[in-house]
Design a binder for this molecule. Structure first.
Ligand code: NAD
Length: 341
């Protein structure tokens, strides 16, 4: 079992990575918690729910799929927590992918003004990204994750047993976030064994979160590929999964960095080599997308702050770039669709 620590002072917590890691969660919950509300979704195998000793456990099942990530899901869960008698000393445990950890974490952050939460990550994407770092939230019709809170878990288990049942498409989604870390850390993660690769991604994210928990600076780099990716997800009516949209977002960001004179054509090809080659990601671009609608969606992104904002590559590495012109975005879209349509 590998243990990576997220260092945030008295809110520090361990991330346990390995086969059977869910068995470690009980010992990592607050000792005084008598009741545990396990939140999961209907697609997560029940065999992945952890044993929680002699605590009183209730299981709360939400619908799978991005369209279930709503404020009404939070209201429903909080009502169920209340009916189950959860008090401020009790705990929520999210068991699932990023959808569950975002929703369970947000519900825990607002129930009784905040109770403890732990996560058992059951998708590759949740293991390497979503379950770590304390960002929680739900969507609005206007876009992804527009409502939420920072609420750090008290522990995370990345149980590799869960990957045995994970559909191939979901594994590829995790690879989308791994490809992002490849560019952030400038390391070939694909060369590592799976448990080492997951632990390495956890370490990269943990270090970034520890340095900038509330995204005042360097944490924004974790959004590489996400400005365009989030817009693609929403504008395609959620037919693209998050990790697929991020993979396309990384390629779009490369074209945009090239169009804005930040990287050369060979670095754009590096992006295709990493995304298509090393991480085997070739999600088809949905048809019928209009760049003006994507731009409007990107302008509503939380990172936008009044102008189009992207994380873009350069000789100095990744940087947050504000005030990107619509003309450059149109030109990058033409380059991107010529390669990906
Ligand atoms: N908070 C963050 O920092 C952060 C970071 C990245 C992504 N996210 C969010 O994460 C979500 C995407 O998460 P995801 O890619 O994990 O998808 P997901 O949680 O929607 O899960 C995908 C599907 O896999 C099923 N599933 C889960 N575990 C399984 C298992 N072990 N075996 C078989 N099926 C299983 C689920 O039921 C679901 O149908 C998005 O909403 C995204 O916004 C959050």
């Amino acid at each position: 079992m590998r243990i990576e620590q997220v260092s945030l002072g008295e809110r520090s917590y361990p991330v346990v990575v390995g086969r059977g890691a869910r068995a470690e969660i009980d010992a990592l919950l607050p000792r005084e918690a008598r009741r545990v509300a396990v939140v999961t979704d209907a697609g997560v195998p029940r065999t992945l729910l952890p044993e929680l000793g002699d605590r009183s456990v209730t299981v709360h099942v939400i619908e799978p799929g991005e369209s279930a990530k709503t404020l009404s899901a939070i209201e429903s869960l909080c009502g169920q927590f209340s009916s189950a008698g959860l008090t401020r000393i009790d705990t929520v445990v999210g068991v699932g992918g990023g959808l569950v950890t975002d929703v369970a974490g947000f519900a825990a952050s607002v129930y009784h003004r905040g109770i403890a939460v732990a996560h058992v990550a059951t998708t590759l994407l949740a293991m390497v990204d979503a379950a770590i770092g304390g960002k929680t939230g739900v969507n609005l019709p206007d876009g992804k994750n527009l409502i939420g809170a920072y609420w750090q878990p008290c522990a995370v288990a990345c149980d590799l047993d869960a990957l045995d049942s994970l559909p191939a498409r979901e594994t590829r989604c995790g690879n989308g976030e791994m490809a992002k870390y490849h560019f952030i850390a400038r390391e070939d993660l694909s060369a590592l064994a799976l448990d080492e690769r997951i632990a390495r991604c956890v370490r990269i994210k943990a270090d970034i979160v520890a340095a900038d928990e509330r995204e005042g600076g360097s944490r924004a780099l974790l959004n590489y590929g996400h400005t365009f990716g989030h817009a693609l997800e929403a504008e395609s009516g959620w037919v693209l999964a998050h990790g697929e949209a991020v993979a396309l977002g990384l390629l779009f960001a490369a074209h945009l960095a090239h169009r804005t004179g930040r990287i050369g054509a060979e670095r754009v090809e590096d992006h295709y080599g990493v995304v298509h080659g090393l991480y085997d990601l070739r999600p088809p671009l949905p048809t019928g997308l209009a760049i003006d609608a994507l731009i409007a969606s990107m302008a509503r992104d939380k990172k936008a702050l009044g102008s189009l904002t992207f994380v873009l590559d350069s000789d100095r590495g990744l940087e947050v770039v504000r005030g990107v012109s619509e003309t450059d975005v149109h030109a990058a879209w033409a380059d991107f669709t010529a390669r990906n349509a």
